[in-house]
Design a protein around this ligand. Structure first.
Ligand code: SF4
Ligand code: SF4
Length: 179
């Protein structure tokens, strides 16, 4: 299979440095608002902070893949004496919780590393994290050329098909494009 080089973007989360200020949630939701910066609502953010001040837990979690079914088993973590709930580290937009779903439509949200034209020097959440809890890196990797990355639109269509069925989605699109 043919190979190509691609830039892989990654964020290292230094949870010990997070103080739960939620600036990352605010800027992410504002950057992705339409029109851009017209509103902010952490419920629309693609990064969320698991925040339990009384237990000194502040854990940034990025929105990952959409999944149509919840998992059958759950894992509990105890780190440095702090117990995390079973879903805390999970990045999925899944049916068992409201996290990483657009609040009005219920469509899944996924971090896009702030893809933009021209490209950003670093993702907005990283730029706004004044505590250095989010560290951005880029590296080059060799990948198969057929590797396809789903964009927001494809993820949304996939979840609509799961919810309403292909035919209903096609009928609705056909109605909308009629002159
Ligand atoms: S901006 Fe940084 S310190 Fe503030 S909540 Fe987000 S990750 Fe934590
Ligand atoms: S990288 Fe961009 S899209 Fe992803 S959580 Fe941070 S601000 Fe949101």
């Amino acid at each position: 299979m043919a190979k190509a080089r691609k830039i892989v973007k990654s964020v290292t989360i230094v949870a010990d440095k997070c103080n739960g200020c939620r600036a990352c949630e605010v800027i992410c939701s504002a950057f992705h608002a339409a029109p851009r910066y017209s509103s902010n609502n952490p419920a629309r953010s693609r990064i969320r902070i698991v925040r339990e001040p009384l237990r000194d837990i502040y854990l940034p979690v990025y929105a990952g893949e959409y999944t149509q079914s919840e998992c059958t088993g759950r894992d509990k973590y105890i780190i440095d004496g702090k117990e995390y709930s079973e879903c805390d580290f999970c990045r999925a937009s899944c049916p068992s919780r409201d996290l990483f779903k657009e609040p009005d439509s219920g469509l899944p949200l996924k971090c896009d590393m702030c893809e933009d034209t021209p490209p950003l020097a670093k993702p907005k959440c990283v730029e706004w994290c004044l505590n250095d809890a989010l560290i951005y890196e880029e590296r080059e990797e060799e990948v198969d050329v057929e590797e396809v990355r789903l964009g927001d639109v494809e993820i949304g269509i996939e979840s609509l098909i799961d919810k309403y069925g292909l035919q209903q989605v096609l009928d609705t699109v056909a109605r909308r494009v009629k002159p």
